[in-house]
Design a protein around this ligand. Structure first.
Ligand code: ARG
Ligand code: ZN
Length: 878
């Protein structure tokens, strides 16, 4: 059944307070709830209908009296609730955490019990009005075996704890802030905590705690440092303080997503908590800081002000991603490190969101319909949503945005609201801004799916010394949206002379299909630098030739556009080579430009590493139709071979100059040096393998053995795998034994193998054959989401050339794993299903084979609603 945004209606009843008592047991947990219900005077009235899923109902009473009810179709219906304005409904039910393989609701991971309620998991714990506009104050009593579950946590403040008979104990928690059920959490496990007290600006003291399994405490230092930095940053940048005495983070091994912002009790995938130099890479350290920040920032943007309904998901997610990106940039420090962050965020957006916008699942930032809301925790809602917030920030400026946030909290603190409320607050705080003048046009970003195409052509007139720039936008159709209106596109623009001198700089605001912008006093034909900092999530066609792009690559003061110019030069060469069958031959101009960047010691090493990275296969695939993944892979690999050979001495120099001599710290500078050194190593090994020289592969192998940090160990291993060196298998074996059973390191070991480059023209089992063998490895299990992602998802979603095989074996594998996953974990299965989002643009024979595989899955009678929605949409794109 499909839910529609336009059908929203307020609930007939509110739940103001909840008292929950849990007798926790993995086989059968008993839940007693007392719901303080109030009739919604302005609502439709009628029966009281509560959600409940996979629950065993024991008893229902209203105001202490029995009441008649129906329990059917995951609903508990009370046709005649008490007529009083307020009454108390008491419900008792049981649930079975040990059998809950979906990891939604209350489930078992290791020997502990954990919850995940967003979006609709609470109904798998207790009967409730499980919708975000119903906000209640929760009081929670937990009772459990003390030896097995010494740690008992829930949201808010600990009121009381003590002993019970029979080796059991209890804890009572109270959360003073009314919250929707999706923010409820409990944990019962055997955990240890790192603790830190901090004093806020107003002098109030808070206790920060990070709970992990015994033995993992030594790897929580970075998470704690990140949490402290998050608290300080939100108060300094937005004036938003921590509003709780105690803030807890709990790490869990089995988790469907990254992390969850439950009020005062964030629950995290271990991947985003645990790190030390030996087991985590620089990227892992960065991700931990960013996700810790993200969940912490939700405390205001998500929890204090939440979503009225799930169509508004981007209200909290887009805004919170924007906030975590700003946090990461502020933490990075100097301008060049900030620019690196921006480049990485944009590369990620284009890889994931642009591809999404171009496929079967294209949807607006604020979707109009869904069958399973869990399918809409997407790159569009998150990353494009963050770009929409960033455009508002660009339009009103940093101070204007801060004013807008302030007004947003003044108006809506404690409420469940919509994306309109947010945009209105930012606009109202900035009268006279382009945002408030064109708010309706701007809000089309929420309503229209698809990536706008921005076409720019300039004309310089020597006589009038005038440069006229014509901007035009095309908004191509997407599923269900044939005709679109023009959007508001902020274009940060500058004009440069060919030697890089800046002649003019302006923000252009395009609000119509086509507009002209005039620059006066321009004495020579300029090179335009448009969309600086990626000021809008669009595809730009500015008609620049190689010469113009080389000017930007050399001189643009905007680091993003500088990087972008290099990417466009590379992309242009890939696209030119794709139609043929020959290997591309890189021209001297391109190679020399790359050499210049590589050797430019004034540039941040991380920037150089990014500039020397060719556009990835997913981004290339998004630029062409039909898509031939094997050909894209072959062309890109051949270009890498040439860059490896042509720049060999430069790579050697970069390798030598970027060895970090001090002790390991995951700072932007150290991480940048390691990124550049590891890129150089990969190229040196590649060149050596091609020419039969044993030295560099030998060095890489040695490094796998004696690296003192995971970034360098993994980098060296990847250099061997990526070059298909004969030493790769031995190096992998060493890596596995050094992992010593560490789950997060084993995940890396699996995914490096699943991402290995497919050999050219390999008619054999290829990478898929390796992956199939690894399914039987004693360390593999489809049940653990991280492990499933590290092997199965890494192949199907991270290695297009190995997955899209012309013998269709990749699709057979996909369907098999999909169906195996669907019976235990529908949310995860639905994610994997998206590997074939763009089947429709594949070149034959892949296209037909992929379609057939999807149709075979769709023909199964009892798919989960989650998976059903994805395959149905996929087939509709034909
Ligand atoms: N709100 C969480 C976050 O972004 C993610 C929850 C994901 N839930 C889901 N059903 N996919 O921080
Ligand atoms: Zn979030």
């Amino acid at each position: 059944t499909v839910v529609r945004r336009e059908d929203y209606a307020p609930p007939a009843y509110w739940i103001r307070e909840v008292e929950l008592t849990f007798d926790l047991d993995p086989a059968k947990t008993i839940v007693a709830s007392r719901l303080h219900i109030e009739r919604n005077a302005s609502g439709p009235g009628g029966p009281l209908v509560l959600h409940g899923e996979d629950l065993n109902l024991l008893r229902v009473q209203a105001d202490g009296q029995s009441v008649s009810f129906r329990h059917e179709d995951n609903l508990l219906v009370i046709d005649q609730p008490p007529v009083a304005e307020r009454f108390v409904l008491e419900v008792r039910n049981t649930c079975a955490p040990a059998k809950n393989t979906q990891l939604s609701g209350l489930y078992e991971s290791g020997s502990g019990l954990f919850t995940q309620c967003e979006a609709e998991g609470f109904r798998r714990i207790a009967f409730f009005l499980d919708r975000p506009d119903v906000m209640a104050v929760f009081k929670v009593t937990l009772r459990a075996d003390k030896r097995r579950y010494p740690t008992l946590l829930s949201n808010g403040n600990l009121l009381e704890q003590g002993e019970l008979d029979g080796g059991r104990h209890f804890a009572v928690w109270h959360d003073p802030f009314p919250k929707p059920s999706y923010l409820f959490a409990l944990v019962a496990a055997d955990l240890v905590a790192r603790e830190q007290r901090i004093v806020a600006r107003n002098g109030r003291e808070h206790l920060l705690q990070i709970y992990v399994n015994r033995g993992d405490l030594g790897r929580t230092e970075h998470a704690m440092a990140s949490l402290m930095a998050s608290v300080v940053w939100d108060e300094a940048r937005f004036g938003l303080p921590l509003d709780l005495e105690r803030f807890m983070v709990v790490a869990v091994d089995d988790f469907n997503m990254g992390a969850m912002e439950n009020k005062g009790l964030n629950i995290f995938n271990t991947k985003y908590v645990l790190a030390d130099a030996a087991t985590a890479t620089d990227d892992d350290f960065f991700d931990i800081e960013s996700v810790i920040g993200h969940e912490y920032f939700h405390n205001w943007t998500g929890n204090r002000i939440t979503c009225r309904d799930w169509f508004q998901l981007s209200l909290k997610e887009g805004l919170t991603v924007f906030r975590d990106q700003e946090f990461s940039m502020d933490m990075a420090g100097d301008e060049s490190a900030r620019a690196v962050q921006r480049i990485e965020a944009v590369a990620n957006l284009r890889r994931s969101q642009f591809a999404e916008d171009a496929g079967a699942m294209a949807h607006p930032v604020r979707p109009d319909t869904y069958a399973a809301i869990d399918n809409f925790y997407t790159a569009t809602v998150y990353e494009k949503g963050a770009e929409v917030v960033r455009m508002m920030h660009t339009l009103v400026g940093r101070d204007g945005f801060a004013r807008g946030m302030k007004l947003y909290f003044e108006r809506h603190d404690g409420q469940a609201v919509t994306c309109d409320h947010f945009a209105q607050a930012i606009a109202d705080a900035n009268p006279g801004s382009a945002l408030s003048e064109h708010l309706d046009v701007f809000k089309r970003w929420y309503a229209q799916a698809g990536t706008p195409r921005l076409h720019a052509r300039g004309q310089w007139d020597a006589e009038t010394r005038r440069y006229t720039l014509t901007l035009r936008q095309d908004n191509p159709p997407s599923p269900g949206q044939a005709n679109k209106l023009p959007q508001l596109i902020p274009v940060q623009a500058a004009l440069l002379t060919p030697d890089g001198h800046e002649l003019a700089q302006r923000m252009l605001v395009l609000t119509e299909a086509e507009q002209r912008f005039v620059f006066d006093g321009i004495d020579s034909a300029p090179v335009p630098s448009l969309l600086r900092g990626f000021s809008a999530p669009v595809v730009l066609d500015d008609g620049l030739d190689d010469e113009g792009l080389l000017v930007l690559l050399k001189h643009d003061a905007d680091a993003f556009n500088r990087w972008e110019a290099g990417q466009r030069l590379a992309l242009r060469r890939v696209l030119a080579a794709l139609p043929g069958t020959d290997a591309p031959v890189l021209d001297a101009a391109f190679i020399e430009a790359m050499r210049a960047v590589l050797n430019d010691g004034t540039l941040h090493p991380a920037f150089r590493a990014l500039a020397l990275t060719l556009p990835d296969e997913a981004y290339i695939a998004e630029q062409v139709s039909p898509v031939d993944p094997a050909r894209i892979h072959a062309v890109r690999e051949a270009m890498l071979d040439q860059l490896a050979a042509a720049l060999q001495p430069d790579w050697q120099r970069a390798w030598a100059a970027n060895q970090v001599r001090e002790g390991y710290r995951p700072t932007p500078l150290q991480a940048g040096m390691r990124a550049l050194a590891n890129r150089a190593l990969a190229m040196l090994v590649r060149q050596a393998v091609a020419s039969g020289d044993p030295v560099w592969p030998g060095r890489a192998y040695q490094r796998v053995k004696d690296a003192t940090n995971m970034t360098d160990r993994q980098g060296a291993l990847w250099a061997l795998i990526g070059a298909r060196s004969a030493l790769a298998p031995q190096a992998l074996a060493h890596f596995h034994s050094a992992a010593q059973g560490n789950a997060l390191v084993l995940d890396k070991w699996f995914s490096l193998q699943a991402m290995a480059p497919e050999a050219p023209g390999d008619a054999g089992a290829g990478v898929l054959g390796q992956v199939r063998a690894l399914l039987k490895h004693p360390d593999f299990s489809l049940r653990n989401p991280n492990r499933a992602r590290s092997l199965v998802f890494a192949l199907c979603m991270g290695n297009p050339a190995a997955f899209h095989r012309i013998d269709a074996a990749g699709y057979v594998f996909w369907a098999e794993q999909l169906l195996a996953l669907d019976v235990m974990n529908p949310q995860l299965a639905a994610r994997l299903a998206r590997a074939l989002d763009r089947w429709n643009v594949l070149a034959e024979p892949c296209r037909s084979a992929a379609r057939e595989a999807i149709a075979r899955v769709a023909a199964k009678p009892d798919l989960s609603a989650d998976l059903r929605e994805i395959v149905t949409r996929a087939l509709e794109t034909e």
